[in-house]
Design a protein around this ligand. Structure first.
Ligand code: HEM
Length: 552
């Protein structure tokens, strides 16, 4: 007889001697009865019954499919998710206990959800952002969201973005200079991109004149990454969803520390800007730019959003303010409903959305160019054609309009590695899907999987091949509008998408004119991390070599 068996027998003998065995059995039976009742309730819910015909991996009682991701690392969750979608098809149902989720990868289904003015509310999973973003644009709903969207979208007007270009250039030159110490060595370029994208946001949308000293921006960016990791764990691990359990964990303590760093930084930013705000001095008077208007007007109808309308339908000269100045202005205006809390919520939301996404996007693009030297050479050739003999001169807004190939490289990177790999909505009414005889009941969480849509072989002939020509106008014209959605689409699309594309062009153009990039890894070596923002578990490792004397 083994020692373990003896111990169990001893425990039973002791328990029966003390009369504890009966209590043990009672507790055990109680647990089984509660589990059985829960399982009955779970399976007889309207949502569960209505979605029964949607393909799903095998379930176990009580947990549903939660056991499939128990103990998995982020990278393993991504790998498993992809395997199930390949096995069960384009539309998939999963349950985490009683939480029901329907995953969508068919552009027709996605259009039904994203283009609608009904399913605008974010799913329950976004609630873990609440202590951070409050009622900021990303997670708010109803009239509050509508009011904020209407007031904030114009702060990303083209005339404002154009005024940001010299600042984008200066920060791009700074990071080129900072990276000079890494020449010839392999290093994680994401660290540099994080710090730069935080500093760019501070100096542009937030109007900060003096960037925080030392490593403060990097410390903020790191705290954001750690906080996202905690929020993501709460979203996918059933037990951490319960506040009572989460509050007892070490993770909670770490989360509190991260929030102190994050909110400390944003509070300082707002205080500084308010102190230096001058209504007269901060505005941009819009110049009418017919070239840009014509280019925007060509945009395919189905993907138009409020940002296009704002850029194209303006008449006459207007004084415009960048984001934080505009909010400080609104808070002073008794006719506009805008509180101090509204300012903080939006600063926190945009500082997050605006930096981590573009640092991942730029890091992926640099790695892809480091792997695909032919593409890198074409990007450089385009830069030479634009800048001529003066390769080191500062890039202008008009230069960025000429960077057609670089734009295709950025779009192809966002296709293969969308920084926001999925988004989730709670449907506000029963929705009939186009991909099969499926109806998603009101209140269900639907998850739009951009990462998977972008890799559909029926849409992109060779989906795992990095081919910027996928974004040649003639190829784009033949594709479904909702088959390329890195910025989401419809009324709740990314409010910073034009800002992001412009910043990425300036940043990548400056880096590529200074350095050649090498990446010794292949995509097969990469482990994708399914955090809130898509990243690489082992970092974005590249080697830089000097192309020209580093910018003066
Ligand atoms: C490559 C860069 C970027 C990508 C891929 C990206 C992607 C996205 C996506 C997919 C959404 C929808 C999220 C959802 O529904 O859950 C979103 C929303 C949003 N993004 Fe971006 N984004 C980027 C850059 C930016 C920048 C630079 C800013 C601001 C400076 C920004 C601000 C926002 C805001 C405020 C929202 C919420 C909009 C709303 O709900 O009305 N994003 N973004």
């Amino acid at each position: 007889m083994s020692a373990a068996t003896e111990t169990v027998q001893e425990a039973i003998t002791q328990a029966s001697a003390s009369g504890g065995l009966g209590a043990l059995w009672t507790a055990l039976i109680g647990v089984v009865v509660i589990a059985a009742l829960y399982e009955y309730w779970r399976r007889s819910s309207r949502e569960y019954r209505m979605t029964k015909n949607i393909p799903s991996p095998p379930e176990v009682p009580v947990l549903g499919n939660a056991h499939l991701v128990l103990g998995c690392s982020n990278a393993e969750v991504v790998a498993k998710g992809n395997t199930y979608l390949e096995k069960y098809g384009e539309t998939l149902r999963a349950t985490l206990g009683h939480v029901l989720i329907v995953f969508l990868t068919n552009p027709n289904d996605i259009e039904i959800i994203l283009s609608s003015n009904n399913h605008l509310n974010k799913s329950e999973e976004y609630r873990y952002f609440k202590p951070w973003f409050g009622d900021g644009l990303l997670i708010s709903s109803g009239n509050h969201w509508r009011h904020h969207r209407k007031m904030i979208a114009p702060t990303f007007h083209q005339s404002i973005l154009k005024s940001f270009v010299p600042t984008f250039v200066q920060h791009s030159k700074n990071v080129v200079e900072r990276m000079a110490k890494e020449l010839g060595k392999e290093f994680d370029i994401h660290d540099y991109m994080s710090q730069t994208t935080v500093e760019i946001l501070l100096s542009t949308a937030m109007g900060v004149k003096k960037i925080p000293e030392g490593n403060k921006s990097f410390e903020y960016a790191k705290a954001v990454v750690d906080m996202c990791d905690i929020i993501h764990k709460r979203q996918v691990k059933v037990m951490y969803r319960l506040d009572a359990i989460y509050n007892m964990t070490k993770m909670r303590q770490k989360g509190d520390k991260m929030m102190d760093i994050i909110l400390g930084m944003t509070k300082r930013v707002v205080m500084e800007r308010k102190a230096n705000y001058s209504a007269e001095g901060n505005g941009i008077v819009e110049e009418v730019d017919e070239t840009a208007k014509k280019a925007a007007a060509k945009k395919v109808g189905g993907l138009r959003d409020d940002l296009d309308d704002i850029d194209e339908n303006d008449v006459g000269a207007k004084r415009r303010l960048a984001l934080l100045d505009a909010m400080v202005d609104m808070a002073k205006n008794p006719e506009i409903e805008w509180s101090e809390k509204d300012i903080m919520d939006e600063v926190n939301t945009i500082m997050f959305e605006g930096h981590d996404t573009t640092s991942a996007g730029s890091s992926f693009a640099l790695c892809m160019m480091g792997m695909h030297k032919d593409v890198q050479e074409k990007v450089f050739a385009e830069q030479k054609a634009i800048f001529g003999d003066n390769l080191m001169r500062d890039c202008t807004f008009n230069d960025t309009m000429e960077m057609k190939y670089l734009e295709r490289v950025i779009m192809e990177t966002l296709r293969m590695y969308p920084p926001v790999p999925l988004i989730a909505r709670r449907v506000d009414s029963d929705v009939k899907l186009a991909s099969g005889p499926y109806v998603v009941p009101k209140g269900t969480t639907v998850v739009v999987l951009q990462y998977r849509v972008h890799r559909r072989p029926d849409i992109y002939a060779n989906p795992d091949k990095f081919d910027p020509d996928n974004f040649l106008p003639e190829r784009m014209a033949n594709r479904h509008y909702y088959s390329f959605i890195p910025f989401s689409a419809g009324p709740r699309s990314c409010v910073g998408r034009k800002y992001a594309m412009l910043k990425l062009k300036v940043l990548l153009s400056t880096i590529i004119r200074n350095y050649t990039i090498h990446c010794n890894e292949t995509e097969a070596d990469w482990k994708l991390q399914a955090d809130i923002i898509l990243k690489l578990e082992n970092g974005f490792n590249v080697v830089l070599q000097k192309r020209q004397p580093v910018v003066a």
